[in-house]
Design a protein around this ligand. Structure first.
Ligand SMILES: NC(=O)C[C@H](N)C(=O)O
Length: 306
């Protein structure tokens, strides 16, 4: 088994060493599994449980003061599952796996996704706040009121208009890093046993997004993708990642014959040109690993059992 993980693209983390240790521990636990889907699930679950990452516990808070989690998983044969907008679900990746394995669908959302999680034995009702995220939320003085009343307040904090692509081009780099808690970011993994690739990505989304916002992570081809030649997991400004279907784009470069590093570099170069925003990607193919980002930092870890 071979695996590569990322701990999110964003500002330089304030606790790089302990984060790296957790990433390395997750990679080691992943390669010990017997199939790629279990490898990515096991690795991502460890990261979801660590408060230093924006996934599961420690996830970003939406404009109504709720942490909602999202995840997606995909296999080389294009079976896929995702789950989004779940309150109180730490292990979104396991719900996404459940959607892949147990349903004829590729994505479940909101309260019904939480009910499905409970039905398949994924713990629900978990407090996803940490001391740090609680303090940050309390200091933000969110206004009471309807979603439209939240918009002025959140647009200032979210870092620019997300409905105006021109604004994203001019200040996308700022927008991506502005709102996120430094060093707390989306997590993802890609693994292979030499035959099948599995990709997984999990997140709490972006800080101060409008309640109900769904980013790239549970969108097939944006936050995650796999095909017979390899797999990808992305991180960064989700609206912009979705605009260019970054994970699909990166795997497309593998399909056209690029090695994993060239494919990752090309995908981020194109993303940068098209959106002016910030993102990162990890890729795995038969030969090796690729990773690229245009944010300040993106920690990764790789492990192999042979
Ligand atoms: N930090 C991240 O990677 C956030 C994630 N891509 C989202 O937009 O939901």
């Amino acid at each position: 088994m071979r695996i590569v993980l990322h701990g999110g693209a964003g500002d330089a983390p304030d606790e790089p060493e302990p984060r790296q240790e957790v990433l390395d521990e997750a990679a080691a636990a992943g390669v010990a599994e017997s199939d790629p889907l279990s490898a990515v699930e096991t690795a991502v679950r460890i990261l979801e449980s660590d408060r230093r990452f924006n996934a599961g516990v420690g996830g970003a808070v939406q404009s109504d003061g709720v942490v909602r989690t999202d995840a997606g998983v995909m296999l080389s044969d294009r079976r896929a599952g995702a789950a989004t907008g779940m309150e109180g679900v730490e292990h979104a990746v396991s719900v996404a796996r459940g959607v892949l394995e147990e349903t004829p669908h590729i994505c479940l959302a909101g309260d019904p996704a939480v009910d499905f999680a409970a039905d398949i034995g994924v713990e629900t009702g978990v407090d996803l706040f940490t001391e740090e995220t609680r303090e940050r939320w309390d200091a933000a003085n969110a206004p009471e009121g309807s979603p439209s009343e939240h918009l002025t307040w959140l647009t200032e904090r979210f870092g620019g208009s997300t409905s105006d692509p021109t604004a994203q081009v001019s200040d996308g780099h700022l927008a991506a890093s502005n709102a996120d808690l430094p060093g707390h970011d989306t997590v993802g993994a890609v693994a292979t046993d030499g035959e099948t690739f599995a990709s997984a990505t999990s997140t709490g989304g972006r800080w101060f997004a409008l309640a109900g916002r769904v980013g790239d992570v549970p969108q097939l081809g944006s936050g995650f993708y796999a095909s017979p030649v390899g797999g990808a997991s992305t991180t960064g400004a989700g609206e912009d990642i979705a605009r260019v279907t970054l994970a699909r784009r990166a795997v497309g470069h593998l399909e056209r014959g690029c090695d994993a590093q060239t494919a990752a570099d090309l995908a981020i170069e194109e993303f940068d040109e098209l959106t002016g925003s910030s993102a990162g990607v990890i890729l795995l193919d038969d030969e090796g690993v690729g990773s690229a980002f245009n944010s300040e930092d993106m920690q990764i870890s790789t492990a192999s059992s042979h």
